[in-house]
Design a protein around this ligand. Structure first.
Ligand SMILES: Cc1cc2nc3c(=O)[nH]c(=O)nc-3n(C[C@H](O)[C@H](O)[C@H](O)COP(=O)(O)O)c2cc1C
Length: 213
């Protein structure tokens, strides 16, 4: 099948794209409004984009409907210029999903999800205590693109629970961390527990010797 974007409705494009760009890491983003009220919401239009300097990107759609109404996360980041990406692992999958519920503004998503906060080291926005790793970010820039906002955040500090760090690199012990990924908009996710395989890069010298796999 071929699909031509010019002939498609936004929700159809969404359905296909989020099923094809998968699995995606999930950022459970904490942000704060001007009054210091903490907000939490998950975003899978998320990745790191470069490491020198360390920059992560988030794609936040506006709220559904014709009017330009940003989600609280995008609004908060524009106003207070900071956020924290809490890494989503299997053990916090359900609380993460609760944070995506469209609660009325006065309801605290973190409380509903049974999550607590812990102070960050550099930014004012707290991280989520139950998350095993978190990236403290300062807004680098936000771009309005159609009905979405692309937010670039400069990572200024990282928190990782000691047991998930191999200090030699330092490396992340990904096989132990059990991060999950989002597969589509139908509520499907993947686990990474017992799912790792190793495939070393092939140096060209090895390739020339005939090593192909
Ligand atoms: C796993 C998951 C990933 C999501 N990814 C995105 C995303 O990348 N962009 C987006 O705009 N909404 C995404 N959502 C929906 C938002 O989390 C949801 O709209 C949330 O209520 C926004 O909250 P806020 O207004 O507090 O920022 C996702 C939801 C889930 C469950």
């Amino acid at each position: 099948m071929h699909f031509f974007i010019a002939e498609m409705a936004p929700n159809q494009i969404y359905n296909l794209l989020i099923g094809l760009v998968a699995p995606r890491p999930i950022a459970l983003v904490t942000s704060m409004n001007e009054e210091g009220r903490v907000n939490a919401a998950p975003f899978s239009a998320y990745n790191y984009l470069c490491t020198d300097p360390p920059v992560v990107g988030l794609g936040v759609m506006n709220r559904p409907g014709g009017k330009f109404v940003p989600k609280d996360t995008a609004r908060n980041i524009r106003r207070t210029r900071e956020f924290v990406v809490n890494v989503v692992t299997e053990d916090i999958a359900h609380p993460m999903n609760i944070c995506a519920t469209d609660f009325p503004e006065e309801v605290d998503e973190l409380e509903m999800a049974g999550l607590e906060t812990a102070p960050s080291k550099v930014v004012k926005v707290p991280r989520i205590k139950q998350a095993h790793a978190a990236l403290e970010c300062e807004e680098f820039t936000s771009m309005e693109i159609g009905n979405s906002r692309i937010i670039l955040g400069k990572v200024v500090a990282m928190y990782v629970e000691d047991k998930f760090v191999d200090p030699a690199g330092p490396y992340i012990l990904g096989e132990e961390l059990h991060a999950i990924g989002r597969m589509n908009g139908l509520g499907s996710y993947v686990k990474t527990q017992d799912a790792f395989f190793t495939m070393p890069r092939i140096p060209y010298s090895e390739w020339q010797k005939g090593r192909r796999e």
